[in-house]
Design a protein around this ligand. Structure first.
Ligand SMILES: Nc1ncnc2c1ncn2[C@@H]1O[C@H](COP(=O)(O)OP(=O)(O)O)[C@@H](O)[C@H]1O
Ligand SMILES: [Mg+2]
Length: 261
């Protein structure tokens, strides 16, 4: 007789919640502040505008901030978890703890933090072809858990700054992703400046990982956040920087559609 553990139960419910999803993109970084949330939200926004049925899941339980980049007011009154993710735009579904708690802190630590991640993964059902996950920073349990449970259908995108402090922690993250057998779609170099590019002379393939795009520091992002508006709606130049990544994801998604899951 096989003993069914709590973890098996989670696995079954998580698979059920993601059963219609063809591809999950885990947006990761070794450290905070490099633009993971900016990139996750941008990917979700532009994919949805390409007509892809897209979901965006904020799993950064202590630093959730996707609502700011999407220009959404939180908490969302009258929201009930059993309704599933919120439709915030054509082709774009969304879930974040901020829907409940607004900008208040979520006072969970240690094991409760792991349980909260598992609870979110196993209770929110996605009816979209793709789910973009804004992951917490670092290499701790909160990133190991989603990687373990979602890796059959997930690819990761690593966001880094083009400078040694961020690159060094990125190396550790890449090592962890490889150990966990999580596919790495490529790297996004964010907030690049001419100086970075000159000093690093990066061509593709650092750590044997493809460079998906370089996004410079775009002052309009700050302006729109201050005005509580979404930078993707306000800053026209952003779309072009995201374009190569969007193309790569759409290509990958096409291949996943014909794969049995
Ligand atoms: N390319 C960019 N141009 C301008 N500002 C940016 C850019 N990328 C990120 N930012 C800003 O940098 C800060 C950190 O980005 P964020 O996405 O919150 O990082 P992380 O999720 O990795 O902690 C935010 O204020 C964001 O608006
Ligand atoms: Mg973030």
């Amino acid at each position: 007789m096989r003993i069914v553990t709590d973890l098996d139960r989670y696995r079954g419910s998580i698979e059920n919640c993601f059963r219609n999803v063809k591809l999950i993109i885990l947006v990761c970084s070794g450290k905070g502040g490099v633009g993971k949330t900016f990139v996750s939200c941008g990917l979700a926004w532009y994919l949805s505008e390409e007509g892809v049925q897209t979901g965006l899941l904020d799993l950064d339980l202590h630093g959730f901030s996707t609502h700011r980049f999407l220009g959404i007011r939180v908490p969302v009154r009258g929201y009930k978890e059993e309704n599933g993710p919120l439709q915030i735009k054509r082709n774009l579904l969304y879930f974040s703890p901020s829907i409940f708690v607004g900008d208040s802190p979520v006072p969970i630590r240690g094991l409760y933090r792991e349980k909260a991640v598992l609870d979110i993964l196993s209770s929110i059902s996605w009816n979209s072809d793709i789910v973009i996950v804004d992951m917490p920073p670092g290499t701790g349990e909160e990133i190991i858990i989603p990687c373990r449970y979602l890796r059959n259908r997930a690819s990761s995108i690593v966001v880094t700054l083009m400078e040694p402090v961020s690159m060094k922690v990125t190396e550790r993250l890449v090592e962890l992703l490889r150990e966990l057998n999580v596919d790495i779609l490529g790297m996004v170099y964010n907030m690049t400046m001419v100086e970075n590019i000159k000093l690093f002379k990066l061509d593709t393939g650092i750590m044997n990982i493809e460079k998906l795009t370089e996004i410079p520091y775009v002052p309009c992002v700050l302006k729109s956040l201050v005005a509580e508006k979404s930078p993707y709606a306000e800053c026209r130049e952003l779309r072009e920087y995201f374009r190569p990544v969007i193309e790569k994801i759409v290509e990958k998604l096409e291949r996943c559609k014909y794969r049995s899951v």
